[in-house]
Every structure is written in C-alpha cells, then in structure tokens.
Design a binder for this molecule. Structure first.
Ligand SMILES: [Zn+2]
Length: 424
C-alpha cells in the first residue's frame, strides 16, 4: 500500500480552496481570474512534486512524469459552478497529486509513472467537459470556434485574454496512458444514508433531453368559457403528470427525470396561455432502460397531441450515452477498500464527469467519498475530514495496485480486464 501524507492533502485542499473563496465554498468558474490563478498554483505544485507541469491551449493543467514510459493518469477538475463547493473536482486532483508524490517516494526512476491532469471547464461554464474532450481529440476546431457563454462572449477570445492562445494542446497518448482514475465527492446522499465508506462507480448515466411545445390559443381569461378554451398551460400540466407515471413504469430503480424549464406565453394573469414549453430530461445507466423511457416519452407526446385543442410537438435537446467503467479497475478500488477495512457499494454516477469522456478511449474508473447531507454544487458542500483521509488511503491503495500491474510494453493495465461493467 502506498504511504500517503494525509495532512499534506488536507493542507493542499485548503490552499486550493483559497482561490475564489466565497463564504464556506468557492466561486471559480472556468477561466475566471480565480480559476486561472488556481491553475498556475497547481502547475507549480506539480513541478514541486517532480512532474513537468504545463497549462495547455485549452487550460488543461497537465503534469507529466519525466522518465516514465507507461503511466496511470489521475485527475479531475478544479473549476467550479458559480458559488460552488470547495471539494467537488478539487478532491480528485489533490488525491492524484499525493499519489504522484507517494509513488515517486516509493519508486523513484521507475519506468512506470503517474501523470496528473486537471481538466478545464468540466462544469460547462463554456462547454461541459471542455478540457477532457480536447484531451481525447473529441473537440473539432469548428466546435471550439463556436463556443460562447450565454452572454455571447467567445471562448477563443477568453483563451487569448488568458494568454493561452497558440499554446500546444496536451493529448491522450494510448501508448503512455494505461488507465484513468478519478476520485470525486458523491454529490448525492446515498453513501451517507447507507452508512457506507466509499462508492465504486459502475458507470455514468446516459441522458435524453427534450423540449416539448404546446400550441393552443390565447383568449380572455375572464370571458372565455372553460369548455371552449385551448389552454396550452393546462395541456402542459396534464402532460407532465402523465409522463411522470409513464417514466416511472418504463424506468428502473435508479432512473431519474426532471422538468427543468417551464415557460408559458404570453404570461399574463388575465390571458389563457396560447403557448407553453417544457424541458424534460431523464437519465439511467442502462442503455435498454434509457431507450424504453425514450419510447414512453414519445408515446406520451403522441397520445397528448390534440387533447384540449392543443397541438403537442417535441424536439431533441441533446443526449448522452451511458458510459460503463472498467471492471478490473473497479475491482482494484473494491480490494483497496477491503484492505483498508472500509465498506463500499457499487453505484452509478447520476452526474457527468471527465471519466465518461476518457472511458471511450482507455480503461477508466471512479471512486466516490461521502458528501455530508448529499449536498454539492453549493457552498454548503462538505465531507468529514475522516472520510477525506480514508478516501485518500483507498484511492492510493487502488492506484498502487494498478501501477504494480502495469508493464512498460503491454497495451493496458493487467488489472484492467478490458471488460466494461455491464449495465443492469
Ligand atoms: Zn465535479
């Protein structure tokens, strides 16, 4: 088991939380001054740990182990949502930093090494998983040129302003990077409510997002008899409750759905709404269940069209396929937990993470530590110090196991079965 310095990790986490500190949390949206300052701080910490640290042309902070021929890549992200929590992705980056130091202490000059990365803009201030997409070559120049904030600012202009334009991009190297491991806070209540020490992530859920349009007729709300109204809002509410029943029938025990945006037009108290709009999103780890929920969604749209004299139509607003984690790497987390005398459960991640981008190219796995009250993406986000310490020991234990199995020449870590966790 790799010997880690738990106090150093807590000190690094607290130092990082000083960048963009906001009350008990941090405000460090991608490419804000606080984010850029935190990135430079991290680069220097990488240098101090013996890595060659660079910030690339998209803002990824990458620490390359000099002299290593094959590596395990560790990382996560250090950007946050507005007024976010102090741990979120920072935890995984600092855990990784300590594993780098511990491995270099234990095995100096080894041809097997640890590389570390903090991906840019995982949170999607500009584009979700921007840095990991770029790293994996999954971001075209045309896509990059088109990225803007909601206020219309171009990402390319911000990158230039930050002095990152024209810098080389760091890329995933299939000959070098044998596996990707990411630690993260759970961001949900399951570990705490089940009183379990860590979560071994089975996969990252897929999602479907649709916008549903309701077109009726605007009328005077005082003079139009109820029987003759073509009320788009009433049609929307009936649709939403019906769809929830259909999704519950079609979904599995871990399925979730959400109505995140509701709009009613013209939006006056004395006008029967002539138009309404609803954004629906649903998620599950199983491709089969996602497809079943999607079919139930479209059937509900079809059955609702024309009711109340309201036309119902829909357009897709994006989708993500479920991503399974590598079974062999998951096993290393489970074994490290057992060795540390800790309990674990296998669980899907309902939130997106950089690991889902990496998992399309190399064996990848994730580990969760408990979040107090399941809180996250808010300044109230926190994890008990004992859970951080234990999580670190388990993460380092798993990384150590995987590093021991990695050879300079083989295509992947021997501990990686090459087999993905099968969706339920
Ligand atoms: Zn995160």
């Amino acid at each position: 088991m790799l010997a880690v310095d738990e106090d150093q990790v807590l000190a690094d986490l607290r130092a990082l939380a000083g960048f963009g500190k906001f009350d008990t949390g941090v405000h460090r949206p991608a490419f804000s001054e606080a984010d850029l300052a935190a990135r430079e701080w991290l680069r220097q910490r990488m240098q101090a740990a013996g890595l060659d640290g660079v910030i690339d042309g998209i803002g990824n902070v990458y620490g390359r182990a000099p002299g290593a021929e094959r590596t395990v890549l560790l990382g996560s992200h250090t950007d946050t949502v507005p007024n976010g929590g102090w741990l979120d992705g920072a935890l995984g980056v600092i855990f990784g930093l300590e594993v780098v130091r511990a491995w270099r202490r234990a095995r100096p000059d080894n041809v097997i090494g640890v590389d570390l990365i903090s991906f840019a803009d995982e949170e999607g201030t500009w584009l979700s998983c921007l840095g990991s997409r770029s790293f994996c070559g999954a971001l075209t120049d045309a896509e990059l040129t088109g990225v803007r904030t909601r206020t219309g600012e171009r990402l390319l202009d911000r990158l230039a302003h930050a002095g990152l334009a024209n810098r080389a991009m760091v890329r995933l190297d299939l000959k070098r990077h044998g596996a990707y491991l990411e630690a993260h806070i759970e961001q949900g209540p399951r570990l705490v409510s089940d009183a379990v020490d860590i979560g071994v992530v089975t996969g990252i859920v897929g999602l479907r997002r649709h916008v549903v349009f309701f077109r009726g007729r605007a009328d005077h709300a005082g003079t139009t008899p109820m029987g003759t109204r073509r009320d788009a809002a009433s049609a929307l509410f009936v649709f939403a409750t019906t769809l929830a029943d259909r999704l519950r029938e079609a979904g599995g025990p871990d399925s979730v759905w959400n109505y995140g945006i509701v709009a009613v037009r013209p939006g006056a108290a004395n006008v029967v709404p002539g138009e309404a709009e609803l954004t629906v999103e649903f998620r599950d780890l199983s491709p089969t269940i996602i497809e079943r929920m999607d079919a139930a969604f479209h059937a509900t749209v079809g059955a609702s069209d024309g009711a109340f004299g309201v036309a119902v139509s829909t357009t897709s607003d994006g989708s993500l396929e479920p991503t399974a984690m590598d079974k062999g790497l998951m096993g290393a987390f489970a074994a490290a937990a057992a060795e540390a005398g800790a309990s674990h459960i296998c669980m899907p991640s309902g939130a997106g993470h950089d690991a889902m981008i990496l998992a399309r190219h190399i064996p990848a796995a994730m580990m969760f530590v408990p979040s107090i009250d399941g809180r996250s993406h808010d300044i109230s986000e926190d994890t008990h110090e004992d859970d951080i310490r234990q999580g670190l020991r388990i993460f380092a234990g798993a990384a150590g196991r995987i590093l021991e199995e990695l050879t300079p020449t083989n295509g992947r870590a021997a501990v990686s079965s090459g087999e993905r966790e099968r969706a339920p």
